[in-house]
Design a protein around this ligand. Structure first.
Ligand code: SF4
Length: 688
């Protein structure tokens, strides 16, 4: 029954699900959400919101929210006071640091947490502990974007605002399914296509947008670099490149032209199984458009050669002069989690301080050390996959995890669980007793985004305000408050005591954020970074005068196709691709506790009907999926959206354990796991 009593408060905040960053009005009655509506006139979502942002909110008052700290005693997690919990964490961290050194402690910060919390987390680990062992889940998704865009263009962010999609006459969408993973962007692409823009999709699956596209290049998983080099070949071969731009503002054209001579349409067809005529037609559509935009997602980055994928895709935007010029539409990575851009921007990474200022630069370390009153360690920290290896090797003894369910979300989950078991101390902040929390020695009850004050940065580099609409349940606290309490227990002074103070301190130390403050965001609304002074607007379009590379030019990259970490063979004849579903979000810990789960109560394995027939399985047949790394139980869903020889599943359900299957292969440059290509075998459950 509808409850039509009036609500008592409405708070405008930023969605805590995907990286689009929709602005939402949260209507509250009796400290419980009555409804969420998209904010009228909001710059990103313009009055729209998806099924996650609008309706997946009842998790906030779920009966199994963690409401009190938990300490493991005699093998059981038992309730404790904050003082007991924080003094125990502080005592055990200090003991491990003193016995094994600061690098024996590692922290995984959270792309779900605010900028201010990520700023405080990296300051805590660098000063109170004395190590650069901090990373965030961008390692698992868009680290290749940061590396690739920095190498090609000089900055680790998309070049243009989403609004430039409105001017695009051709959309090249690669390795992304925004209709499900970033629905408001998916809807805006659809609107643009219906208004006449052409659409080229590069994706192994026939997604909803692929079905709508002028051309769908349905390539083999792991073959992106060959396809992008093939498109570059065709653009150069048919003279569809921006000569003046290339001459005046880029380097590397000759090397690229020489390399892609080997990527003619027939050669690419041999690698990617994309018909030659379609590759040629796609290059012509993209090359003859006046204002092309490139949008991409994890289908480009989550590969053993993900950074190469980003760079060879960026080549296409550079060849057309569609970055760094007035009126261009640029290249946009669709960041996954709500604040994955911000977590990295804030320096929750093992090799950079806030604003991507390198740890390796002694002058930068000195500047931060002076401001923080504490030396900054010069030794680079561990990346997330390295943390797990180091834990198993006995080099990392304590793992501190903020708001990430690494036992479900990270690849080769069996290896992750081994790492958790190997640690002397595992500490978690979480909303629920996650699979990771089950391994923890101390679990600290955290606040959700609906209960926090701060900012997020969305996928097009917009700082946006996050405001508390609810009070945290029981004794749950924000990650900011927990870190402050822990620092106090360690007698460490983190300086800033409020989120506004933390962002002000970060801005004072980070030139590209210097003009951003809570006060200004409240008064003026969202601001893009770079924003270099309080009086300046943010730079919505990057690189207009010069690229941020050392020589000021965009760097074309001549990179050959290299095969993925795994290929199908007689023992594992199918390639598994993992991805997302519309109604759920990542590990599903929030969306599974909402009515959204009625629309998808369990995960399925998509496979082609011909493969299903060969395997003797039908809709709903229970199957066992086995890889070299583990096995998972799923139910079959035959679908023509997937090519023969391939399979697809998401990891939203802990029971399905899809990440038990995914391999330990990682991008050589960034360590990003290859979630998108795993060789598997499939069999009806009773036969395997
Ligand atoms: Fe939230 Fe993303 Fe949906 Fe917008 S598109 S409402 S940010 S989940």
């Amino acid at each position: 029954l509808l409850d039509l009593r009036p609500t008592t408060a409405t708070t405008t905040t930023t969605c805590g699900y995907c990286g689009v960053g929709c602005t939402l009005d949260v209507h509250v009655r009796d400290d419980t959400i009555a409804a969420i509506t998209p904010t009228h006139g909001a710059p990103v979502n313009r009055g729209h919101a998806c099924i996650k942002g609008r309706f997946a909110h009842s998790f906030a008052r779920a009966a199994d929210r963690l409401t009190t700290p938990l300490l493991r005693r005699d093998g059981q997690l038992v309730e404790a006071t904050w003082q007991e919990a924080l003094t125990t964490v502080a005592r055990r961290l200090a003991a491990i640091r003193d016995r094994y050194g600061p690098d024996s402690i590692a922290m995984i910060s959270s792309a779900r947490a605010t900028n201010e919390e990520n700023y405080l987390a990296q300051k805590f680990i660098r000063t109170a502990i004395g190590t650069n062992n901090i990373d965030n889940c961008s390692r698992l998704c868009h680290a290749p974007s940061a590396a690739g865009l920095t190498a090609s263009l000089g900055l680790a962010g998309g070049t243009n605002p989403l609004d430039d999609l409105d001017h695009a006459d051709c959309v090249l969408l690669a390795g992304a399914n925004p209709t499900e993973a970033h629905p408001v962007v998916g809807a805006r692409i659809k609107q643009r296509v219906l208004a006449g823009a052409r659409l080229v999709v590069v994706d192994p699956r026939r997604t909803e947008l692929a079905a709508l596209a002028d051309i769908h290049l349905q390539n083999q998983p792991g073959s992106n670099v060959a396809v992008f080099n093939g498109l570059a070949h065709q653009l150069i071969d048919e003279d569809l490149v921006a000569h003046d731009f290339l001459e005046q503002r880029t380097t590397g054209f000759e090397e690229l032209a020489a390399l892609v001579r080997d990527y003619g349409p027939d050669a690419v067809a041999g690698i990617a199984e994309v018909p030659s005529a379609e590759l040629i037609a796609a290059a012509r559509l993209f090359g003859r458009s006046q204002r092309p935009i490139v949008i991409y997602g994890l289908g480009v980055t989550e590969h053993a050669h993900g950074t190469d994928g980003v760079r060879t895709l960026t080549n296409l935007a550079i060849l057309r002069g569609s970055v760094g010029t007035p009126g261009c539409c640029g290249i946009l990575p669709l960041r996954g989690q709500n604040n994955v851009q911000g977590a990295s921007d804030m320096g929750a990474l093992p090799d950079v301080l806030p604003g991507y200022q390198p740890i390796s630069d002694a002058g930068i370390r000195d500047r931060f050390a002076t401001a923080w009153g504490h030396p900054i360690p010069g030794r680079l920290g561990l990346r997330i996959p390295q943390m797990f290896d180091a834990a198993i090797a006995g080099d990392v003894r304590a793992l501190y995890v903020i708001g990430e369910d690494i036992a479900q979300s990270d690849p080769t989950s069996g290896h992750v669980r081994d790492a958790l078991r190997a640690c002397d101390l595992v500490v978690c902040h979480d909303l629920f007793l996650s699979r990771t929390a089950e391994h923890a020695d101390i679990v600290l009850p955290a606040a959700s985004f609906l209960e926090k004050d701060g900012t997020f940065v969305n996928f097009d580099r917009r700082f946006q305000r996050v405001r508390p609409a609810l009070t945290p349940p029981g004794r749950a606290d924000t990650d900011f408050g927990i870190l402050l309490g822990l620092a106090d227990a360690l007698s460490a002074d983190l300086g800033c005591r409020t989120p506004a103070e933390a962002l002000a301190e970060c801005a004072a130390l980070t030139p590209v954020f210097a003009g951003i403050s809570h006060h200004r965001l409240d008064a003026e609304g969202p601001l893009h970074w770079p924003c270099r002074a309080p009086g300046q607007p943010g730079e919505a379009v990057l690189h207009l005068d010069r690229f941020a590379t050392p020589d000021g030019r965009a760097a074309l990259a001549a990179l050959p196709y290299l095969p993925p970490g795994e290929q199908p063979d007689a023992e594992f004849p199918y390639l598994l691709v993992t991805g997302r579903r519309l109604v759920h979000y990542n590990t599903g810990s929030m969306t599974r506790r909402t009515p959204n789960t009625e629309l998808r109560p369990a995960e399925t394995l998509e496979l082609h009907p011909a493969d299903a027939a060969r395997l003797g399985v039908r809709e709903g047949t229970e199957v066992t999926v086995t890889s070299r790394w583990g096995r998972a139980a799923l139910t079959a869903h035959p679908s023509r959206d997937i090519a023969p020889g391939q399979a697809f599943a998401a990891f939203h359900f802990p029971g399905a354990t899809v990440n038990d299957l995914t391999s330990p292969h990682t991008d050589a440059i960034t360590g990003c796991p290859e979630y998108k290509v795993t060789a598997v075998r499939i069999a009806p459950a009773q036969r395997d």
